[in-house]
Design a protein around this ligand. Structure first.
Ligand SMILES: [Zn+2]
Length: 303
């Protein structure tokens, strides 16, 4: 059976068609209708119809999008305002006359990374996305752990450890989730830039920091080492909570190769006894993880 995966963001909707061995057969994208719910639903339905016709199939449908999707399929997202409070899952299932899987995009990333090319799915995998925001997905034996309120993985909104705040004299930053001191404010892309400014450097963006780091510049190294100290503490807390076999990083900051060399040492600084850091790996599927994970979520829902 074919699988259709949707990666839906604030600017575009991408569909990808996969065969049963998770090989991508085709993909295309259209702009996202962000302010008109019926136009949004029609766009998704039309893309499914096109895929059905093109492949003479009735594929499973899985959707990944940013935001919180509760257990009833109700969506809360800032990127696509027209979806807020809508029963998207129910509406799509009724109109498509088939089961649909809807999953948060970071959980989709984690699922994609947890299910390998050979379809192995035995490990406990924590996928951590370091990008515009910071969030994670925990997959156990190929299944996403969502939790009672479907917020398991929103670890970017846990509070920065007192050790770090004291050590670097960080201000407690207000987060747009309503809480303050969230790790996301220090570990996201803009968090890295904040760390740089806090240490007294005037990098204009994260790209400049990474370029300088690769040139061996000591200022950039100071910034990244502080960032790694915070990330190491953050991941050590996840190790103590979930003890994953492997941590897979995603998002823009996962492209910094230096992270992978140094991070295990920083994690172990914050683990007791002789506990070792799990393997911390770069993503295997890169930019296609969003559609891939969504397609896999749709397959799970259909079976
Ligand atoms: Zn927050």
């Amino acid at each position: 059976m074919l699988m259709y995966g949707f990666d839906i963001g604030g600017t575009k909707i991408e569909i990808a068609i996969f065969d049963s061995n998770i090989n991508i057969l085709d993909s295309w994208r259209v702009p996202t209708p962000t302010n008109d719910y019926s136009a949004f639903v029609s766009t998704v339905l039309e893309m499914v119809k096109q895929a059905d016709e093109k492949f003479s199939s009735q594929g499973s449908v899985g959707i990944g999008l940013p935001g919180v999707i509760d257990r009833d399929g109700r969506v809360t997202t800032v990127n696509i305002p027209c979806l807020c409070g809508k029963q998207l899952l129910e509406d799509l299932e009724r109109k498509l006359n088939r089961k649909v899987g809807i999953v948060n995009d970071v959980r989709a990333f984690a699922l994609s990374e947890a299910i390998t090319r050979k379809n192995h799915e035995s490990e406990t995998v924590l996928g951590v996305v370091l990008g515009t925001g910071v969030a994670a997905g925990l997959c156990i034996n190929g299944t996403i752990h969502l939790g009672k309120s479907a917020v398991a993985g929103e670890i970017g909104h846990s509070c920065i450890h007192a050790n770090l705040q004291q050590k670097y004299q960080f201000p407690i930053k207000q987060c747009n989730c309503g809480l303050s001191g969230c790790y996301e404010k220090y570990l996201s892309g803009s968090g890295l830039l904040f760390v740089s400014q806090h240490l007294g450097f005037d990098y204009a963006d994260t790209h400049e920091i990474v370029t300088d780091l690769n040139l061996g510049n000591s200022n950039a190294k100071t910034v990244i080492n502080c960032y790694l100290d915070c990330l190491g503490q953050f991941l050590a807390q996840q190790v103590l909570a979930f003890d994953p076999d492997v941590i897979i990083l995603g998002g823009g900051l996962s492209n910094i190769e230096y992270l992978y060399q140094e991070l295990p040492n920083y994690v172990e600084e914050y683990l007791f006894g002789d506990l070792k850091s799990p393997h911390i790996l770069a993503p295997s599927f890169g930019d296609s993880s969003g559609v891939r994970g969504a397609a896999l979520a749709g397959r799970i829902e259909t079976h």
